[in-house]
Design a protein around this ligand. Structure first.
Ligand code: HEM
Length: 384
């Protein structure tokens, strides 16, 4: 009897799993990434190049398109340049960003920040962010942090140092300066922020979001960190609003503002009434979008400079030619003259893109890429 029940249960489970994981018929001709291999690579924290290798092996015919079952749905990854171009040119109405469900840790933490939102909300925040970026991204701000950073590097000159950790510190300092005008030797929020992000992007929570509601020590600590970090951001938002109101009253014009002050000012000028929570979400998303991307790009650039001393020599000569022998902060004009150094950064990003896959989009209608037709509501992403 028991054997009969077990066999029936196994057959039923097999049938249900088959049914759930069966790709839509339109995707049948797209190569399938082996689920277990991919899933294991994701949860065991394999490096991006190792994950990319699995995708490359799957696409042995170099079609530039594969499909992946990610436990929730099928996602099509596109690397064919022509199809990718079509995707990037598609409007946000046709290919909106895939939304994380309510209750998922990423959604709870990052809320409606620019990189995760769509439609009117995205357009409004994108507009004020673009104005604010123009005011916040001035070379002196990043230059000051870089000078601090070179001092730290000098101190480590004779010891073996984890360069990635140092660069992460640098990028967070720069972000602190650009986003919130907070520049400290070791930003107070650095550790807290790192721990929060590690918790929310854990693939296990993406797949099994109910795990975050369990009364586990890790969850309780996470909640406390989020509260501490939020208090820190909300205090700054409050202060920026007061500063702006005072400057307005005193008719003081300020050329360069940090990103947050620039967004609050731009929102006022546009007549948008944006609550503190939405500014908080945007700032937190800026930290996410800018932090590891910039750190990895810088680290890989340093790696290549160390690997190819001749290229390092040419880069150094260019820096001395444009900036002179003294340590100075380059202005915008000088930055444009650093053509060889810019080319090194671009080539590094081409070889090791720090963001390998853009966030998935959802097809609002049936779409055609070469011989492939993707059904409405299909998830897809460009694999850079
Ligand atoms: C080497 C450094 C960087 C790389 C390679 C990079 C790459 C990218 C890519 C590929 C996207 C598109 C993602 C998608 O559409 O799914 C993106 C979006 C975004 N990035 Fe970056 N990024 C870098 C640095 C930064 C920095 C420094 C900031 C902010 C201070 C930033 C803020 C953003 C934001 C807000 C978005 C979302 C834009 C939107 O949805 O309209 N990124 N980034």
């Amino acid at each position: 009897m028991l054997i009969f029940v077990l066999i029936t249960f196994s057959i039923l489970t097999y049938y249900v799993v088959q049914k759930i994981t069966e790709p839509p018929k339109e995707l049948q001709n797209i190569p399938t990434v082996p689920f277990l291999k991919y899933f294991w690579a994701m949860i065991s924290g394999k490096r991006q190049d190792e994950i990319q290798h699995i995708l490359l092996e799957t696409d042995s015919r170099k079609l530039g398109i594969v499909k992946i079952w990610n436990f929730i749905n099928w996602v099509v990854y596109v690397s064919n340049v022509e199809y990718a171009k079509q995707i990037f040119l598609e409007s946000a109405d046709v290919l909106p960003k895939w939304s994380y469900k309510e209750g998922q840790p990423i959604k709870i933490y990052f809320g409606t920040g620019i990189a995760l939102s769509n439609g009117e909300h995205w357009a409004k925040h994108r507009k004020i962010a673009t104005t604010a970026f123009n005011k916040a991204l001035y070379p002196e701000a990043t230059g000051m942090c870089t000078l601090e950073f070179t001092k730290i590097l000098d101190q480590c000159a004779d010891t073996q140092t984890d360069i990635f950790k140092l660069i992460q510190l640098l990028t967070l300092q720069i972000l602190g300066k650009l986003c919130l005008n907070s520049l400290e030797e070791k930003p107070v929020f650095l550790d807290t922020y790192r721990k929060i992000v590690k918790h929310v992007i854990n693939p296990l929570f993406v797949l099994l979001p109910w795990l975050v509601s369990l009364p586990l020590k890790a969850n309780v600590e996470h909640e406390m960190r989020v509260k501490e970090f939020d208090r820190f951001i909300y205090d700054i938002i409050k202060k920026r609003r007061i500063d702006l109101a005072e400057q307005k009253r005193a008719a003081i014009k300020i050329e360069n503002r940090d990103l947050l002050a620039g967004m609050i000012e731009a929102a006022e000028n546009e007549g948008y009434d944006i609550p503190d929570k939405e500014f908080r979400d945007d700032i937190i998303v800026f930290f996410l979008a800018a932090h590891d991307s910039s750190s990895s790009a810088l680290c890989y650039s340093f790696y290549f400079l160390a690997k190819y001393p001749e290229i390092q020599r040419k880069a150094r000569n260019e820096a001395i030619h444009v900036l002179g022998k003294d340590v100075v902060i380059p202005d915008s004009k000088q930055l444009k003259e650093l053509k060889y150094i810019t080319a090194i950064i671009k080539e590094t990003l081409r070889l090791y893109p720090t963001l390998t896959v853009i966030s998935p989009r959802i097809a609002a209608k049936k779409l055609k890429y070469g011989p492939y037709t993707l059904p409405k509501e299909q998830s897809l992403a460009v694999n850079l």
